[in-house]
Design a binder for this molecule. Structure first.
Ligand SMILES: NC(=O)C1=CN([C@@H]2O[C@H](COP(=O)(O)OP(=O)(O)OC[C@H]3O[C@@H](n4cnc5c(N)ncnc54)[C@H](OP(=O)(O)O)[C@@H]3O)[C@@H](O)[C@H]2O)C=CC1
Ligand SMILES: CC1=C(/C=C/C(C)=C/C=C/C(C)=C/C=O)C(C)(C)CCC1
Length: 382
């Protein structure tokens, strides 16, 4: 179970470690049946204690949420939250922009005046999200996106399914035909701990969507990014990369599938890809950086199944201790727009600050080997 990350704001939040209550060891069970043992609590009593503990945690979370939500905004928005027009004239592509972090990132960059292209797999959901974003911008007092009335940017929806290399290629062909420039590419879309599935091209779903789809997309758009230089690529990874490794013998997990491990592998691949790409982009004035957003209350947990009673409690805890999408999106917005990171490339960020990586995420030979194998898997190199 992940633990909650500190907030994006400037007040540290208690770290909650959600522990699995393990069943008692067999030896203790045997003693308990014979009535012997150290007179420890019975199983029903232990369950009652665990339930009360969960309820108290939820109550504590609800109180914290009340305090946090009504004391004042804890998120420090980039560029003071004003319609600064900082991104006016810039074109930004965000994958998975109809939900969660991608949607919040789109809202912030739209407010800063960018032309935001939402690369989404489901046009209906994407158009619905775009309509909401336009309404929210109007309500916030920003002029209609794309209007010449003022600073706000423009919103464009394009279909992109990262689980289909055919869709990625068609998307990039359309981009190269229609878009004169691309200033920022934000590889945001992701899938988390889904049941074992394969993409249209036979890749394990998490590795295929989170890494390989973005690998092909980025490579096919590199020419446009270079001609738009100075330009930026932002890759959304996760702290959970720490639990993954790149098993070159079974990248599609056909021998064995562990959904948590495969997610972590895909997030480690995001970081290795970023560092190898940064090396290859030296001297081009195109920078690429990778980030973790913390733990954020989004739809990412859709494949997590919990007992009926536990889910409402977890929901409550998540309201209190997870970041909001707006808070989680700040590092993506920072890396996409801040002059502070002009020229910075190949670095890993959290809460808008550079962070250290584990040695396995810095291994240049693994990064190069992953790049070479990825080129073959997506058909860049026959
Ligand atoms: N939430 C968190 O705590 C954390 C999230 N992250 C990362 O943040 C990123 C955004 O996730 P988050 O906002 O939390 O989750 P959401 O599920 O809310 O958003 C994920 C987005 O990715 C899109 N997506 C999924 N599969 C595909 C695909 N095949 N093709 C195109 N788009 C696709 C989804 O589209 P659709 O709506 O159609 O499913 C959705 O728009 C992910 O990369 C995730 O790994 C990292 C650390 C923590
Ligand atoms: C918020 C939430 C849930 C859990 C989401 C989780 C646990 C997401 C974790 C994401 C992580 C850790 C991503 C790391 O990269 C549930 C249980 C679906 C219930 C509904 C609300």
């Amino acid at each position: 179970m992940p633990h909650a990350a500190p907030s994006g704001g400037n007040r540290p939040r208690p770290r909650v470690l959600l522990l699995q209550v393990a069943p008692p060891a067999p030896r203790v069970r045997r003693l308990r049946k014979s009535g012997a043992g150290a007179g420890g609590p019975s199983a029903p009593a232990a369950m009652a204690v665990a339930t009360v503990a969960a309820l108290l945690a939820a109550l504590g979370g609800a109180l914290w949420l009340a305090a946090r939500r009504f004391v004042g905004p804890s998120v420090q928005r980039q560029h003071g939250g004003g319609n600064s027009g900082l991104m006016h004239g810039k074109t930004v592509l965000i994958t998975g922009a109809n939900s969660g972090l991608g949607r919040a990132t789109a809202a912030e960059l739209l407010r800063l005046g960018a032309r935001v292209i939402m690369g989404c797999r489901d046009r209906a959901r994407a158009e619905e999200a775009a309509g909401q974003l336009r309404r929210e911008l109007r309500q916030a007092g920003g002029p209609e996106p794309g209007s010449d009335a003022g600073e706000a940017g423009e919103l464009v929806v394009k279909e992109l399914d990262l689980a289909s290399l055919r869709s990625v290629r068609a998307f990039c062909q359309e981009m190269l035909q229609e878009e004169p420039r691309l200033d920022v590419l934000i590889n945001n879309a992701g899938i988390f701990q889904c049941p074992y599935m394969k993409t249209e091209d036979g890749f394990e779903m998490q590795f295929g969507v989170n890494h390989l789809g973005h690998f092909l997309l980025t490579n096919l758009l590199l020419g446009l990014l270079k001609s738009s230089a100075p330009s930026r690529i932002v890759v959304v990874s996760s702290k959970l990369y720490k639990y993954g490794d790149i098993n070159f013998e079974d990248l599609n997990s056909e021998q064995s599938y562990n959904k948590s491990f495969c997610y972590s592998r895909s997030k480690l691949a995001n970081i290795l890809f970023t560092r190898e790409l940064a090396r290859r982009l030296e001297g081009t004035n195109v920078t690429v950086n990778v980030l973790h957003p913390g733990i954020v209350r989004t739809n990412l947990g859709r494949h997590i199944h919990m007992p009926l009673l536990v889910k409402p409690l977890f929901n409550l805890v998540s309201w209190a201790f997870f970041k909001t999408p707006l808070e989680g999106a700040q590092t993506s917005v920072y890396l996409a727009s801040s002059p502070e990171v002009d020229g910075v490339s190949g670095k890993y960020f959290g809460d808008c600050k550079e962070e250290e990586l584990l040695p396995k995420a810095m291994d240049e030979s693994v990064a190069r080997k992953l790049w070479d194998i990825s080129e073959v898997m997506v058909g860049i190199l026959k």
